[in-house]
Design a protein around this ligand. Structure first.
Ligand code: GLA
Ligand code: ZN
Length: 679
């Protein structure tokens, strides 16, 4: 049997893409369990995530732990040769804990103290929560560590939310002391001489929410304070994760640990989290109208957070969610298409939420492998079963393979937070909009792109894009300079380089510490109202200039295009600076979809960045590689068939068809082809 130890799950028995998902037999009478096993076998399901929300059952009171039911479930999974991803159940504390220790309950942004209810309602800085969550994780590891079918740990579930309680406030002060050492330094970093906010005692510092500095989620009087609270709170939840992680590792050092992330989830700095996770896993819930490029971007983010390694698709709905306003069904073929899209971007698993549709409470209308009908004679089950068969036949091919990207988009959570707290120049300035625009340009041209953090190395990339890098931390300018001087191409955009890591403006002219790399000085920035636009002509074509228009001077850069309208008509909007062996572009405004497309196409051509395949309208084409083999994924997102000429000799793996170069391949609507070719 082929060993797969280099894959994310370092478990020798995993020889195919994992297939299954969240399974809650504890919510059902045991008579049903056997039927579940039979249906799982039928559908080719080989992996279950267990114990996601069972804390109240595992610990009925403070002194008592009770594992008998979970023992039975674990034994059943083992007997049925199911791989288990075992969760720690700590995303919802038991009711007795909330009653006995109200400190475990969160305080909301508006100052409201929560009672028992919902989930994700535990304060990460409650010593009681910290103690009992880590203790439970340790007990589970001790008890189940010997199960040879236990392939991974799933800590908590979708960490998130926020808390502003007194424990958090106290912990925030300690976090600040650790970071800044002295109050003078805090006062400097937050510029507290503004509006007479000077602090003379650590205890004068309070959490920034609606009761203090905020007048809305993203509207704050003191960006520096709010920014630090975001960092602090992301770290607080990360500490919870690490508490459980350590407790588990003591007993099962070789079983990898993850927690399920949520793509571009603003409150948590996942790039920092990724450094503490053994492998990345995430939950993908696009709506039917979500553009496929956006889903692809989230997958690529997850791959990037894991340093380019394969990740796990931990959850997706097989058919429908319950929490949108309009919970449309996934159309026939779409579950399969989206499953392969995850694999196409680096997932080595296809897992669902949930295996059996629950009978009561808010998720009873959420899609599941086994529906309320209770049998396998449903459209959804048939589609799941068909995909199960395909994944079995595919085996370990493509597993563990990597995406060969030579372009990168640098994203930063701190920048995201700071930019959207910035109180000017435009309320429509949204970080992910700009990231998405650049990402889509790569996506539509089949140019693989990594989404990297500011800590990641830049060597190896021919092109690095920094969408609105407003906040520039120490060390970044030097790194970018070395990159460009060494021959790299950089694209920076409007409203970049404005502040340092404390959200203090870099004096001496915008874009601050990026100024010499970009060879420009931005003197002013004009914010245009929604419908307004300036214009520019670049390489003979007219494009709109929207949202923000930087008004700039060339220092060492050369102007590439100028504004056409308004008092700054004739001044540069796009520039390019030759620096050492490389080039640094500056795009001083937001423009159209077409512009981003043309810009990336032009630069890719200039530096020889190749698409993995020539674009085919409506068909997403990506590549994973390993051991001299290219796996090309063709995903037809359209409602019609797509036909295209093959550019290489090779084999289509799902139907076993061989193609010669120049032959025509046809993909049905929503169809998928995985094409194997030599490197
Ligand atoms: C999340 C959670 C699951 C479930 C699904 C429903 O992803 O992790 O427990 O609530 O949403 O879509
Ligand atoms: Zn709290």
């Amino acid at each position: 049997m082929e060993r797969t130890s280099s894959y994310i799950f370092n478990h020798g028995d995993i020889t195919k893409i994992l297939y299954g998902g969240d399974y809650n037999p504890e919510q059902w009478p045991e008579e049903i369990w056997e039927e579940d096993m039979r249906l799982f076998r039928q559908a080719g399901i080989d992996c279950v995530t267990l114990n996601v929300f069972s804390w109240a059952a595992l610990q009925p009171d403070e002194e008592t732990y009770s594992f008998e039911k979970l023992d039975k479930i674990m034994d059943m999974a083992r007997e049925n040769r199911l791989h288990v991803i075992l969760a720690t159940s700590t995303a919802a504390h038991p009711a007795w804990m909330a009653r006995r220790y109200p400190e475990v309950l969160r305080v909301e942004f508006n100052g409201m103290k929560r009672k028992f209810g919902g989930r994700h309602n535990s304060c990460p800085n409650s010593p009681v929560y910290q103690k009992y969550s880590a203790r439970l994780a340790g007990k589970l590891a001790l008890r189940y560590g010997e199960y040879e079918n236990l392939i991974a740990w799933h800590v908590n579930n979708e960490y998130g939310g926020e808390c502003y309680c007194e424990n958090c406030e106290k912990a925030f002060r300690l976090w600040l002391q650790e970071k800044y050492k002295t109050l003078e330094e805090v006062n400097r970093a937050w510029n507290t001489s503004f509006w007479g906010h000077t602090f003379y005692d650590w205890d004068e510092i309070v959490a920034p929410n609606l009761l203090s500095e905020h007048f809305g989620e993203d509207r704050t009087m003191f960006q520096g304070i709010s920014l630090d609270y975001r960092r602090f709170f992301s770290d607080s939840l990360l500490e919870n994760f690490r508490g459980e992680y350590e407790a588990i590792k003591q007993h099962t050092p070789d079983i990898p640990i993850t927690t399920n992330l949520m793509g571009f989830y603003k409150p948590l700095d996942y790039q920092k989290w990724g450094r503490y996770m053994d492998f990345i896993s995430w939950d993908n819930y696009p709506a039917n109208e979500t553009p496929p490029a956006v889903t692809a971007m989230n997958h690529d983010l997850m791959r990037g957070i894991g340093g380019g390694k394969p990740f796990a698709l931990m959850e997706q709905t097989p058919s429908v969610t319950n929490w949108l306003s309009y919970n449309a069904l996934k159309r026939p073929g779409v579950m399969r298409l989206l499953s392969y899209q995850a694999v196409a971007h680096g997932a080595d698993s296809v897992l669902f939420f949930q295996m059996r549709r629950t009978v009561g409470a808010c998720e009873k209308y959420h899609g599941a492998v086994i529906d309320h009908a209770g049998h396998g004679n449903t459209r959804v089950f048939r589609e799941i079963k068909a995909l199960g068969g395909e994944l079995k036949a595919l085996g370990s091919q493509a597993m563990g393979s990597r995406t060969p990207a030579k372009a990168a988009i640098l994203v930063s959570w701190e920048n995201w937070w700071a930019l959207e707290y910035s109180a000017g120049p435009s309320c429509d300035l949204k970080y992910l909009d700009e990231v998405e625009r650049y990402y889509t340009a790569f996506y539509e041209q089949n140019i693989p792109v990594d989404i990297i953090s500011s800590e990641d190395p830049l060597d190896g990339y021919g092109l690095v894009v920094l969408p609105v890098l407003y906040l520039v931390k120490d060390g970044i300018p030097d790194k970018l300079k070395v990159y460009v001087e060494g021959g790299g191409t950089l694209i920076a955009t409007y409203f970049s380089g404005i502040v340092d890591q404390h959200d203090l403006v870099a004096l001496g002219g915008y874009p601050g510490r990026l100024r010499s790399i970009l060879g420009i000085w931005v003197e002013e920035t004009d914010a245009l109202p929604k419908e307004a636009a300036n214009r520019f002509i670049w390489k003979g074509k007219a494009y709109p200039a929207e949202l923000l228009c930087d008004i700039m001077h060339m220092e060492t850069a050369r102007e590439q295009a100028v504004y056409e309208l308004d008092f700054y008509a004739g001044t540069p909007v796009i520039s390019c600076n030759q620096l050492g062996k490389g080039k640094a572009w500056y795009i001083g405004t937001r423009s159209s979809h077409e512009f981003y497309h043309d810009l990336i196409s032009h630069i890719a051509g200039e530096i020889g960045l190749k698409p993995v395949w020539n674009p085919v309208e409506g068909v997403e084409i990506t590549e994973r590689r390993k051991e001299g083999v290219r796996y090309l994924f063709f995903l037809n997102h359209k409602e019609e068939e797509a036909a295209f000429a093959m550019e290489l000799d090779g084999e289509s793996l799902l139907d076993g068809k061989a193609y010669g170069k120049g032959e025509t391949a046809a993909l049905p609507a929503k169809g998928v082809m995985i094409f194997r070719a030599a490197v």
